[in-house]
Design a binder for this molecule. Structure first.
Ligand SMILES: [Ca+2]
Length: 223
């Protein structure tokens, strides 16, 4: 004799299947959310990061700095950051120069959504001058800048960006107290292509006065 499930049993079976499917869906989405940046918290100093500086970094560089401590070269104050742990990356100088901090990442072939987040403060001791020749330190050039570079672009690229992320010069100008770390979030899904490589590049250009650029908690998540 064939057993026919009652209408109630059918509904219960259907509900449990829906529950299983939604649980599996959630699990899959979480598993696919991949972090593409290494040592984004700078807890391992500048490991996994590339730095570049004019004069080979003699008068200025990005260094792994203690959160809240005075900047190592200029002695300028820097902001506290409750989310910053003990270390972050800081550009500091004591003469006209530029400093670059960058990391490459490859967007997975299956990626449909790519989200960039980071924390940064940009504190200029002089009025900012947005020189389009970003690495010109002979002329007047006083700015913080963040770009998403295409993988083939050199670290010193001045055009052809995948996306410009910060180009307003600084958060605060000639103020004794440093501005706070700000949190940034960019949906890069339309700026990047699956399977391609990109670089996030932070730049400090300082020809007039000190330009402190602090960076922490850099993350690129893809799923
Ligand atoms: Ca940190």
């Amino acid at each position: 004799m064939t057993h026919h499930p009652s209408p109630l049993q059918r509904i219960l079976t259907l509900l449990s299947l829906i529950a299983l499917a939604s649980a599996a869906g959630t699990g899959t989405a979480m598993a696919k959310n991949r972090e593409l940046i290494k040592n984004g918290s700078f807890s391992s100093g500048l490991a996994n990061w590339t730095t570049l500086a004019s004069d080979g970094g003699v008068v200025g560089s990005f260094t792994a700095a203690a959160v809240g401590a005075a900047a190592p070269r200029s002695g300028e104050a820097t902001p506290l950051n409750p989310a910053g742990g003990t270390l972050y990356a800081l550009a500091d100088q004591n003469n006209r120069s530029y400093q670059v901090l960058a990391q490459s990442f490859r967007v997975p072939r299956t990626a449909k959504r790519v989200i960039l987040t980071y924390q940064m403060f940009a504190h200029s001791q002089a009025a900012t001058v947005l020189n389009p020749a970003l690495f010109d330190i002979v002329g007047v050039n006083q700015q913080a800048r963040v770009d998403l570079l295409k993988g083939a672009s050199p670290l010193t690229a001045t055009s052809g960006f995948a996306r410009v992320l910060y180009n307003r010069g600084a958060d605060a100008v000639a103020s004794p107290t440093p501005p706070p770390f700000l949190s940034y979030r960019f949906n890069l899904s339309r700026n990047v292509k699956a399977g391609r490589t990109y670089k996030i590049r932070f730049l400090a250009a300082a020809t007039e006065e000190v330009m402190n650029v602090g960076v922490d908690n850099v993350s690129v998540k893809a799923r």
